[in-house]
Design a protein around this ligand. Structure first.
Ligand SMILES: Nc1nc2c(c(=O)[nH]1)N[C@H]1C(S)=C(S)[C@@H](COP(=O)(O)O)O[C@H]1N2
Ligand SMILES: [Mo]
Length: 323
């Protein structure tokens, strides 16, 4: 496709969000049959061959829930959260679930490199067997002012950091998504500096909340959620939670994320959820709860202040330091 779209970061998405949540849901309910046929087609499968696509990690789920992480709202139904996604590798719209079926999730390896004792390549299924899998209920707040609440399955990022054994010089963790424009049509759009990159400080990465997600709703992660391995850092805006990770590097330089590279004034490195600081083009004071007509006040650090405040010692006096 060579149609030139206006980059979606140039559109005030918040204006479109409440309506599109509602409309997408209705479209899904009316057209789910077509969705299934369409996705099998994209994956190059005959409809009858759909079983061949079964995720080899399916037998690992469901995993025990860690009750430490509680919600102040309902879990967003799967048919809502899995039909309204951001995954720019497959397009800039929210009905990414179809195009994202082109994502091939096996074989899948994750490179661990940079300032570590021993760089390594991990096979995803070996990694899944080595890590302590658990379920956590987390809120997710997109910078576009919509939110959801999801039962992620996965393991603490701190466990992976331990396995990687960074040297004392490492200060940051840099994450990278796959790069394959033949598979992911959105990666042919030249104004994005592919691949998608995100970063955390090492202290953030080893905070108890930082979670490597491998499943959701008691099953392996669906492709549109960023299978087979994505990040969840629920006190930060959603764009920090990078999907379909193939490389994790330890470094002494602050990583520049894809969104920061495009528009640093709107999407900074810290990106901590903060209702008090507006996005340059819209307020962050409240949020649309996905799949409902409810708006709710957004909480500082998305409600996770107890877990993360120690990472940002002076946040009370100058939270703008952490935009
Ligand atoms: N690789 C990659 N990761 C990504 C994105 C993306 O476009 N590509 N979008 C981000 C944004 S803006 C959000 S809000 C969340 C959306 O996650 P969800 O689709 O599972 O709700 O993924 C984040 N991770
Ligand atoms: Mo987002």
């Amino acid at each position: 496709m060579n149609v030139i779209f206006k980059p979606s970061w140039a559109i005030p998405e918040r204006e479109a969000t409440p309506e599109s949540v509602f409309l997408n849901r209705r479209k899904f309910l009316k057209g789910s049959g077509a969705v299934l046929v369409g996705s099998a087609g994209l994956a190059g499968l005959r409809p009858g061959a759909a079983r061949a696509e079964e995720d080899p990690s399916a037998g690992l789920y469901p995993v025990p829930r860690n009750e430490t992480y509680r919600l102040d709202r309902e879990i967003t139904p799967e048919e809502v959260s899995s039909r309204y996604n951001n995954f720019y590798e497959f397009g800039t719209h929210k009905e990414i679930h179809r195009a994202a079926q082109a994502l091939r999730i096996r074989p899948w390896t994750v490179e661990i490199d940079g300032l570590v004792d021993k760089p390594m390549t991990l096979d995803i299924d070996d990694l899944l067997k080595r890590m302590p899998l658990e379920e956590r209920l987390y809120r997710h707040r997109c910078v576009e002012a919509w939110s959801m609440a999801v039962p992620w399955s996965g393991f603490p990022l701190a466990e992976l950091v331990k396995l990687a054994s960074p040297t004392s010089a490492a200060k940051y963790v840099r994450f990278e998504t796959f790069l394959d424009p033949n598979m992911a049509e959105g990666q042919n759009q030249p104004w994005y500096p592919w691949p998608y990159v995100e970063g955390l400080t090492l202290a953030e990465a080893t905070n108890e909340l930082a979670f490597m997600v491998t499943g959701v709703y008691g099953k392996p992660l669906q492709k549109q959620f960023g299978a087979p391995l994505r990040l969840a850092v629920p006190w930060k805006y959603g764009f920090k939670s990078i999907k379909s990770i193939v490389r994790i590097s330890f470094t002494d330089k602050q990583p520049v994320g894809l969104w920061e590279a495009i528009q640093a004034s709107e999407y900074g490195f810290w990106a901590n959820v903060n209702p008090g600081v507006s996005h340059p083009r819209w307020s962050q004071a409240d949020e649309q709860i996905l799949g409902t007509r409810e708006r709710r006040e957004t909480l500082i650090f998305n409600g996770y202040v107890d877990q993360v405040a120690s990472l940002y010692p002076d946040w009370k006096t100058d939270m703008s330091l952490y935009r």
